[in-house]
Write a protein that binds this ligand. Structure first.
Ligand code: FAD
Length: 399
């Protein structure tokens, strides 16, 4: 029998599968959607600086732990699969165009420095010197101040997922796509069997049995967790992105303005994102939002006459009420584990989540205290990382 069956083939499910298979377990992944249709594929790939410092919150500790692991994983994945996920320290500019924005950048600078992160405050003139493509926006008075975070990193999500998938296959993981879990049968406090829609997606069902199970189904996890007697909220929060192709790249760093950003790729592509929308499970782009994102790009970079809109997409982030993901054993089901609710940081926190959960599944003591992430916890007060906090920020920005 398979040692572990993972429900979900996004970044979280695949990272856990890779880690478990690397430890010698037989692993099967069930994924309903093609990997291109997951939130993981849709992500921008921004990794803000993740320092380790004494007063770090549980979320910050998980991010810092994951950040360290990502550097090793990027090298291992390249060696194993030949795929470069383009993880690199490109640096990030954070810009403000108003007095209020400048005040909040100032507060952010104080907070970054208190964590021991390198952070340079920039005048508009400095911003233009750092990124000449922003000069016109500076001259037009659109940029009043800036911060440079030299340690900000970026990764290319589709490349990372491709590398993970290949690595999983090379380690013997069985990945079944178009496998929609219809039911999880629980008896005597254990998962007995998982029922998946037949290969045609029709009424017929196949069954899957394993020694242990892990629920890593992103925004759909909350619903599936009910079968385990577990109430976790993984509210879908939509993000839309437009992808421009430029004849030549004009930026070197990630440019962040409030909740929106420009992420340059070396091949000339430029991601323009994103939105924070409470739109249920409707994973669609809307023409007015894509138009607004393009206006945002033009307002900082000018008309870009030779740019083409190559693609646009939407993804559903799995939000959690208190801003912490759910990672650990399901309390009422002795052979079930959960890894979900990573909201805006799932890509960044995927490596730490995978290692921590694999430790719990294989009976090792995790390097990081898993208690704050326990799926059975009573959710704490909403933090600045929570869904509510980001929805409020998004509403304020659009007012
Ligand atoms: C626009 C956008 C930008 C983002 N930018 C960043 C970023 O810059 N940095 C960062 O760290 N994070 C970012 N994120 C967040 C990150 O993408 C998510 O936190 C992460 O992808 C969640 O991964 P996941 O594996 O939990 O979920 P998903 O990627 O959604 O995967 C869920 C998996 O579960 C499967 N599934 C669901 N239901 C079933 C079922 N019934 N049966 C079988 N399988 C099922 C799906 O098919 C899928 O394979 C961004 C997200 C979006 C949308």
């Amino acid at each position: 029998m398979t040692d572990c069956c993972i429900i979900g083939g996004g970044i979280i499910g695949l990272s856990i599968a890779r880690e478990l298979a690397g430890r010698g377990l037989s692993v099967r992944v069930l994924a309903r959607d093609a990997s291109r249709d997951t939130a993981s594929w849709a992500a921008a790939g921004i990794f803000p600086p993740a320092p380790e410092y004494p007063a770090a919150s549980a979320n910050e500790r998980l991010t810092a732990y994951s950040d360290r692991l990502h550097r090793a994983w990027a090298e291992d994945l390249r060696a194993e699969t030949g795929i470069d996920n383009e993880l690199g320290q490109c640096g990030g500019l954070h810009l403000a165009g108003t007095e209020q924005g400048t005040a909040s950048l100032h507060g952010a600078a104080v907070a970054w420095r208190a964590k021991g992160t390198r952070c340079e405050q920039l005048t508009p003139f400095d911003v233009a010197a750092q990124e000449p493509a922003l000069r016109a926006a500076v001259e037009q008075g659109r940029i009043m101040s800036g911060l440079l975070l030299p340690e900000e990193m970026r990764i290319r999500p589709p490349r990372h997922l491709e590398a993970l998938q290949q690595s999983c296959l090379m380690r013997g993981v069985e990945i079944t796509s178009s496998a929609a879990v219809r039911a999880i049968d629980v008896a005597d406090g254990r998962i007995e069997v998982i029922r998946i829609a037949g290969s045609e997606g029709g009424a017929a069902t196949d069954t899957v049995r394993a020694d242990r199970y892990c629920l890593a189904a992103g925004a759909w996890s909350g619903h599936l967790a009910e079968s385990l007697g577990l109430h976790i909220e993984t509210r879908p929060i939509r993000g839309q992105i437009a992808l421009l192709r430029l004849p030549e790249q004009v930026l070197t760093r990630v440019v962040n303005v409030g909740l929106e950003y420009l992420v340059p790729r070396d091949d000339g592509r430029l991601l323009v994102g994103s939105t924070i929308e409470d739109a249920g499970f409707e994973k669609i782009t809307t023409p007015q939002t894509i138009k607004r994102l393009l206006e945002f790009a033009h307002s900082f970079l000018g008309p870009l006459p030779n740019a083409t809109l190559e693609q646009s997409w939407a993804g559903l982030r799995p939000g959690s009420v208190d801003g912490l993901p759910f990672v650990g054993a399901a309390p009422a089901c002795s052979n079930a584990f959960v890894a979900a609710g990573h909201f805006r940081a799932g890509l960044h926190q995927s490596t730490g989540t995978a290692v921590m959960l694999a430790d719990l599944i294989t009976g090792r003591t995790p390097a990081l205290d898993p208690t704050p992430f326990a799926p059975g916890r009573r959710p704490g007060a909403a933090s600045p990382d929570s869904v509510q906090a980001y929805l409020a920020r998004a509403a304020e920005a659009s007012a």
